[in-house]
Design a protein around this ligand. Sequence first.
Ligand code: C5P
Length: 240
Amino acid sequence: MRNPIYVALDVPTVEKASELVAVLAPVVAGFKVGKELFVSAGPQLVRQIRESGASVFLDLKFHDIPNTVAKSVAAATRLDVQMLTIHTCGGLEMMRAAEAAAQETAGSLHRAAPVVLGVTVLTSMSTPELNQVGVTGDIGHQVERLAMLGNQAGLRGFVCSPLELAMLRQILPEATQLVTPGIRGPGDAAGDQKRTLSAPEAIEAGATWLVIGRPIYAAADPKAAAERILAAIASATTTA
Ligand code: C5P
């Protein structure tokens, strides 16, 4: 079975992040490094994760003019991350520039290009809030529209909520990678997550990668928590 787990390193210090990487690298596919940790720990932490053998999902959600985004994607590719995020509402040209930068930079380094993941509508946004910023219509239509635009731009993956998986699987090419946070097991606290699926349910609904934070890093034994989630996926896959 392919290991689909990326652990969100939503922890405040480099020390805590390094500790989690050391413990979890043998049992997960990779780690998500977001803005808070990247601003404080920087590229050195990314290098450290890569040295552990795990993959890195650099979640900085680039949104800028095409030239700036392309250069940022090239820099992330040189850091050897496996996935990174851009905002699809940056437009077709920006997304094309991002994908081209990933391909060209990786090509010149003779390594596989990172998957440039499109972020559609942030799950913190409501339909009235979208309307406030000039987007008419509802969230579902906007997600669909931006995913189609990203696909047209050549993006090979998207970040989506568990409840968007089924719809996106219907409209996107089969090889598209879907990365899904909001994963909670039966015994986990939901925290601020409102719409969740369990790990086996999300895989069944079409997720390629699962981003899991608190259910793993806040567990008394993070390694055992990751292993339990993997076992649940494995047993659902064999009984399916
Ligand atoms: O702790 P938890 O499992 O909820 O962490 C989920 C991770 O995925 C966090 O890093 C969160 O910022 C991120 N995320 C999310 N929902 C989105 C996009 C990203 O939970 N729509």
